[in-house]
Ligand binder design. Structure first.
Ligand code: MAN
Ligand code: CA
Length: 156
């Protein structure tokens, strides 16, 4: 292999490697990077922090993703805000950042008898031990940010 070929191949490989890496403090699963917060915030502020980190509050779309997040969260023994909310319209659950509906056909994993809108003031959903509960959005909880791992971006 010529030196030039070696350099170009190395750059290409580095490019691919970097494209599917996650920043420090983020973990990789599927095509996403996830950050489990150390601080606690209300749900809307948590989302702003995630956006500041070039991401958004987590959007859980499959049982595989849910199980992965639960396994990571288990060690931390905390409840984490997700990006799921019905603050716009009661009982219409939307993923806050993409605006996608949580319909009867998509994955969901509520605790039994949830969401119950207790006190008629529960419009945000957290994940705890892999299951979901609706709770007041102003509660200060940990949260999970998600962002694309960049693997689908064009390199070079
Ligand atoms: C219980 C249940 C939940 C509710 C919380 C509020 O755990 O009623 O549905 O969200 O209390 O603290
Ligand atoms: Ca509830």
């Amino acid at each position: 292999m010529s030196p030039l070929t070696t350099v170009l191949l190395s750059l290409l490989l580095l490019g691919f490697a970097a494209s599917s890496n996650c920043p420090d403090g983020w973990v990789h699963f599927g095509t996403s990077c996830y950050h489990f917060s150390h601080d606690t915030e209300s749900m809307p502020v948590a989302d702003l922090v995630c956006q500041h980190l070039d991401g958004h509050l987590v959007e859980i779309e499959s049982s595989e993703e849910n199980t992965y997040l639960a396994s990571k969260a288990a060690a931390l023994k905390a409840s984490f805000w997700t990006g799921l909310s019905d603050m716009q319209q009661e009982s219409v659950w939307l993923w806050y950042d993409s605006g996608r509906h949580l319909t009867s056909t998509s994955f969901q994993h509520w605790f039994p008898n949830e969401p119950n809108n207790a006190g008629m003031d529960e419009n945000c959903a957290y994940i705890s031990s892999g299951s979901w509960n609706d709770a007041p959005c102003h509660l200060a909880l940990h949260y999970i940010c998600e962002k694309d791992d960049g693997s689908s971006e064009i390199v070079g």
